[in-house]
Design a protein around this ligand. Structure first.
Ligand code: TXA
Ligand code: MG
Length: 310
């Protein structure tokens, strides 16, 4: 494992590894990704092996722009165009019907998840390789996503190279939206807010509605337990008397706690880093003060509920 700055030499090394069907961890504006040539069977297999990721969970493919995205799609609906024009590069992943000749990164289904990342290092890497890069978050399956190069090093020590681009701006994964058929459906809440998406395309079907009307074809990766620290994570409405063995994550100022504040974007930006810090302290339990039950906290609730699931 080598950590290098994302300068000319670092990018060249990374591009060489990727072209040789190896893997490289790189920063995006959401979390660090573990990248590989999306249509190299060998490289993609290495991602699954290093992450211990179940083979049924497909990968997001990162591309440099809309033109490259369209090449991977069998159909490119108008909503995809509208969303890409407004939000790419950025933390929105679109699920569309996959071009039939592409098989590897889309796993077994006939769709493909694509995004254009808004991070200079990621974009330069895509440009340097000229390859579509499959990149799940650079962590062991079900674990906490990395928002710094250091998190990658600790979580996946066998990755040959990490490009260190500093802390990720959003700190939470991209929003995944299925526009492959029918009305756009939210598969994973994330860094891009629903409000912003609705401003462009109007209605978005939420996962709960999809279950109710029977249209649910959930994102394969949304398992009940996910995004979990090593410590047991417990959500609480009020913070109990502090126990010595517990770590605390709060909205409000509480002595000794990781205080993440009341702004959902700022909270999300530091959430994984806070959980990593508490794990590093070796606490047995992490008690998290439950954020407000409003829609702007949707992505944070999603991650906390999965992290708390056993
Ligand atoms: O912000 C992000 O999206 C980060 C950075 C590195 O770009 N990547 C990321 O990848 O979070 P990953 O693999 O940890 O999460 C990908 C999610 C999973 O929930 C997966 O099931 C879903 O996207 N997904 C991938 N392909 C899909 C498809 N064809 N249909 C439905 N869901 C898909
Ligand atoms: Mg992940």
């Amino acid at each position: 494992m080598t950590v290098v700055p994302p300068d000319e030499a670092g990018l060249r090394r990374a591009a060489d590894l990727l072209r040789a069907d190896s893997v490289v961890a790189f920063p995006t504006e959401t979390v660090y990704g573990l990248g590989a040539h999306a249509f190299s069977e060998k490289a993609v297999a290495e991602i699954y092996r290093l992450k211990n990721r179940p083979s049924w969970n497909p990968l997001i493919v990162h591309v440099a722009g809309v033109a490259e995205a369209r090449k991977l799609a069998a159909e490119w609906p108008d909503v995809a165009d509208d969303l890409a024009a407004r939000f790419w590069p950025g933390p929105l992943t679109l699920v569309v019907r996959r071009a039939p000749h592409l098989t590897v990164a889309g796993a077994a289904n006939d769709t493909i998840a694509i995004r254009v990342p808004a991070h200079e290092v990621a974009l330069r890497l895509l440009e340097a390789t000229g390859l579509p890069l499959a990149a799940p978050s650079a962590n062991r399956s079900e674990g906490l996503s990395p928002t710094t190069a250091e998190h990658v090093v600790r979580g996946l020590p066998d990755v040959p190279l990490v490009l260190d681009g500093g802390p990720c701006r959003w700190g939470i994964e991209s929003t995944v939206l299925d526009v492959a058929a029918g009305a756009p459906r939210l598969l994973r809440p994330g860094a891009l807010s629903l409000r912003a998406i609705r401003e462009v395309i109007g209605r978005v079907a939420l996962p709960s509605e999809q279950v109710a009307d029977g249209s649910a074809r959930p994102s394969p990766g949304m398992s009940k337990r996910h995004y979990a620290p090593r410590a047991r994570l417990v959500l609480a409405d009020t913070i109990p008397e502090r126990e010595r063995t517990s770590g605390l994550v709060t909205l409000d100022d509480v002595e000794g706690a990781e205080v993440l504040g009341h702004d959902p974007a700022e909270y999300a930006a530091d959430l994984y880093a806070a959980l990593h810090r508490l794990d590093d302290r070796g606490v047995a339990t992490i008690i998290v003060q439950r954020p407000p039950a409003t829609e702007e906290w949707l992505a944070v609730h999603d991650r906390l509920n999965r992290a708390a699931a056993r």
